[in-house]
Ligand binder design. Structure first.
Ligand SMILES: N[C@@H](CCSC[C@H]1O[C@@H](n2cnc3c(=O)[nH]cnc32)[C@H](O)[C@@H]1O)C(=O)O
Ligand SMILES: [Zn+2]
Length: 433
């Protein structure tokens, strides 16, 4: 049995009953078994002890949308809109990817996420067996899905669908339960309606949730109206997408009725503010979504449209841009922003009972922030400091499923120098290929 006793720490729990606790936490194997102001009594036998002074402990961040392997394309195409970026820049390069690119691109993304405090990430990509292997090895938690683009002959569509099904079936619950799977049409504009229906049917068959990109740009919404006579929300609803547990990425361009429908059907929204700003897609109606009762969480999208995978940036952006665009400084206050990156992420990926807050009985997925730095002083409103002054660079230690995966800012289970070197080489070879 493994026990860890953290003494005299500050815990931002994200549990509304006791949001900040100065005290002690005990982890046994993969779970939190004690969290209180008083020291545990009796003292946990044989526990490793950690002096929590100067550290702030909080739940690991949950990144609910991304494409990890695209980190190889960081900086490859900046300052373009989605359509040009995707069709003229990303797809041609991704078409040249080989297994090694996915492996080292994903590994690069995973070390970046771990070191900046993300303990669970959603990944929609291809060659997902490789992604799952990286997840297995790195200790991170992944909600993984083989996204499919259906702009191809029907035999290729079928082959991709079968690959996505096998992946979802084979890897669900693997890596000590750290991996769960979903099915995903890439987007309504890249998958014909009958293909989306087949994907939904497969999700029913396998009993897994659904994920997709939706209403990211105004142009995409207009195209949907031209092609199918309705906007993407209605389109997906008619196809039966929301009949399964599901969440969508972006949801930037929404009418009131669409927000109401997402709330009614319990569809989560992964808000990706940096990616949406950089590709000039727009700004999602986050305060309205929250007010309507939609579960909003945060995603980085890929490093090719962000350009980093530090979820603290998304938290800060979510807290700032909606104030700016609504003219109301009370929207998305600090605690709410932090909740989007933690508890709401857990809710979005259907793991709210296990993740997203520090509570007895939940999984031990948590991070330690080094608060002995000028930007955390005076040490008063620590939630405010985390959101408005903090960043992923302040993360010192990370535990996932009770296992320490980052110590003193270094990944314990992955060779960071090798990953950086391999990623560099992969990119150079991609350019030559
Ligand atoms: N290559 C697969 C699809 C993989 S899903 C991941 C896809 O999402 C694309 N992608 C990444 N970011 C975004 C975004 O913000 N909006 C739409 N697509 C994106 C990315 O370029 C990649 O092609 C196939 O052909 O079936
Ligand atoms: Zn995306």
């Amino acid at each position: 049995m493994n026990r860890l006793w953290i003494e005299n720490g500050t815990f931002v729990t994200m549990n509304e009953k006791a949001p900040v606790i100065k005290g002690h936490m005990v982890v046994e194997n993969d779970r939190i078994i004690y969290l209180d102001e008083e020291p545990p009594n009796p003292l946990p036998e044989g526990a490793e002890r950690l002096d929590g002074r100067g550290l702030l402990f909080m739940p690991g961040l949950i990144n609910t949308h991304g494409h990890a392997a695209m980190s190889l394309l960081r900086g490859y195409s900046d300052d373009q809109n989605l359509q040009v970026w995707l069709e003229q820049k990303m797809w041609p390069m991704e078409g040249k990817y080989i297994d090694a690119d996915t492996r080292w691109g994903t590994s690069l993304a995973v070390i970046e996420m771990l070191k900046s405090g993300t303990t669970t990430f959603v990944d929609m990509y291809d060659r997902m067996n490789i992604v799952a292997e990286v997840v297995e090895q790195s200790g991170i938690r992944g909600v993984l899905t083989r996204g499919v683009i259906g702009l191809c002959p029907s035999d290729v569509q079928t082959a991709k669908l079968e690959e996505a099904k096998s992946f979802a079936r084979d890897w669900n619950g693997k890596a000590d339960g750290r991996i769960t799977t979903m099915m995903s049409p890439h987007a309504p504009y890249t998958c014909p309606p009958d293909y989306i229906e087949r994907i939904i049917e497969a999700a029913h068959e396998l009993n897994v949730p659904l994920h997709t990109h939706m209403s990211e740009t105004a142009a995409e919404v207009q195209q949907n109206v031209n092609d199918y006579g309705c906007r993407p929300v209605e389109h997906l609803d008619k196809l039966g997408f929301f009949s399964r547990p599901s969440f969508v990425a972006h949801a930037v361009h929404l009418h009131d009725e669409e927000i109401a429908l997402l709330a009614e059907k319990n569809v989560g929204v992964s808000h990706n503010p940096a990616s949406n700003l950089k590709l000039a897609s727009g700004i999602a109606r986050v305060p309205d979504l929250i007010r309507a009762g939609v579960t909003v969480s945060l995603g980085t999208d890929s490093a090719a449209s962000n350009n980093n995978l530090d979820l603290f940036d998304e938290i800060r952006l979510a807290a700032l841009i909606h104030k700016g665009i609504t003219g109301d400084p009370t929207v998305v206050p600090a605690y709410e922003a932090l909740k989007l990156g933690t508890l709401n992420g857990a809710r979005t990926v259907w793991q709210e009972t296990q993740l997203g807050s520090l509570e007895v009985g939940k999984k031990a997925d948590f991070i330690a922030i080094d608060t002995e730095q000028p930007h955390f002083y005076p040490q008063t409103e620590m939630v405010s400091h985390l959101v408005y002054a903090g960043s992923g660079r302040d993360v010192k230690h990370v535990w996932i499923n009770g296992r320490q995966v980052v110590s003193g800012g270094e990944c314990l289970l992955l060779d960071e120098a090798k990953i950086r070197a391999e990623a560099q080489q992969c990119f150079e070879r991609l350019l030559e290929r």
